[in-house]
Design a binder for this molecule. Structure first.
Ligand code: GDP
Ligand code: CA
Length: 328
């Protein structure tokens, strides 16, 4: 089998499921992941990069599979002591996990780029699929609720996504520069897969890095997204509230609208099958299949099916796709 050059755009938990599916498939060797750094934040003076760590721990089989984030066999001695010292400890950082954040912060202070730090951490966890960053600059998602602006982690972890979302911004995005690795990877890809991640915060923050979305629009790759909604509902997390705040409908159509400028195909669950005709009318290829991924087998099956579907459609002439893109 010839090696396909595949890019996966991925957030945290939904992103890691797709990443694991590709990593366990026949297509692992040609795959690189572009992860999200806009959920990053500082706790106890340490730089934490939750989505990158979720990808890394998942692919390195170090993840706590019950919760989908954090390390397995984790303990919380340091956090307990920080609580005793009167510190805010709503961000659950375990002892093993803290070593990652200490290491990242230490290297960052020495001027090592976030991409290089990710490479070194990935090596320690035997992650064989490269995790690229969209930018080495600091970009942070901020969420406006009726109570005012807060960081993404404050909204997500401290407030448990309870409040309504009024507005979202990616602080620092205008000054951010895309990494050459990410731009090269996009340009060299035959296939770009968008994980069933939050389209507004996880994927939205990757696309918002200047040059990244333009690179995808310009690339000859076939772009296929897996919807993070099943039966019009999120499996977990605030994607529904965020779609609404962005003025998109909370269904496959809303997901399509987030990616309409470059999307060739959307993968939707059978529970959303009623949307297929409308999506096809927009010129999209549509794959209707079970998209809930809990086991390794489910992840591998879905991602293999997604790649094979995309490749079968890829045989359609490039000119048709380019024409579709121009008229969208
Ligand atoms: P986060 O960064 O940890 O919030 O995770 P992501 O942004 O990568 O993914 C969050 C999205 O993944 C949510 O909108 C979920 O609905 C979606 N999701 C999680 N598990 C699954 C799954 O097994 N199948 C599908 N289709 N979506 C999923
Ligand atoms: Ca995230």
């Amino acid at each position: 089998m010839t090696e396909l050059n595949i890019t996966l755009l991925a957030g945290g938990v939904g992103g890691a499921k797709a990443a694991e599916g590709l990593a366990a498939s026949h297509y692992a060797k040609g795959t690189k992941i572009i992860g999200n750094i806009a959920d990053d934040d500082e706790f106890h003076g340490l730089w934490v990069s939750p989505d990158i760590d979720t990808l890394m721990y998942s692919l390195g089989d170090q993840i706590d599979r019950q919760q989908g984030w954090g390390r397995k066999n984790e303990t919380y001695q340091v956090l307990k002591e920080l609580a005793a010292l009167g510190q805010d400890t709503w961000m659950t950082l375990g002892d093993l996990d803290l070593a990652t954040h200490i290491y990242r912060t230490h290297l960052k202070k020495q001027g090592v780029s976030a991409s290089e730090i990710t490479r070194r951490l990935s090596k320690r966890h035997d992650v064989s699929v490269p995790i690229l960053l969209p930018t080495d600059d600091v970009v942070q998602t901020r969420v406006k609720t009726p109570q005012g602006w807060m960081s993404f982690q404050q909204y997500f972890v401290r407030e448990h996504c309870q409040a309504d979302v009024v507005e979202i911004e990616y602080k620092g995005i205008e000054e951010a520069t895309a990494t050459s690795e990410a731009l090269e990877q996009i340009a060299n890809s035959q296939l770009i897969v968008i994980a069933p991640s939050n389209p507004i915060v996880s994927i939205g923050a990757i696309l918002a890095v200047p040059e990244i979305q333009a690179a995808i629009e310009k690339s000859q790759a076939y772009v296929i997204a897996i919807s993070p909604l099943i039966g019009g509902k999120t499996v977990k997390g605030p994607a529904d509230k965020m779609l609404e705040a962005a003025g998109k409908s909370i269904d496959s159509k809303g997901i399509y609208q987030c990616y309409s400028r470059f999307l060739n195909a959307l993968v939707i669950d059978g529970a959303d099958g009623q949307d297929a005709l409308w999506l096809e009318d927009q010129g999209l290829d549509v794959l209707v299949t079970p998209t809930l991924m809990n086991t390794t087998q489910e992840k591998t099956r879905l991602l293999t099916q997604v790649v094979e579907f995309a490749m079968s459609r890829q045989l359609d002439s490039l000119t048709t796709r380019q024409a579709n893109r121009r008229s969208s």
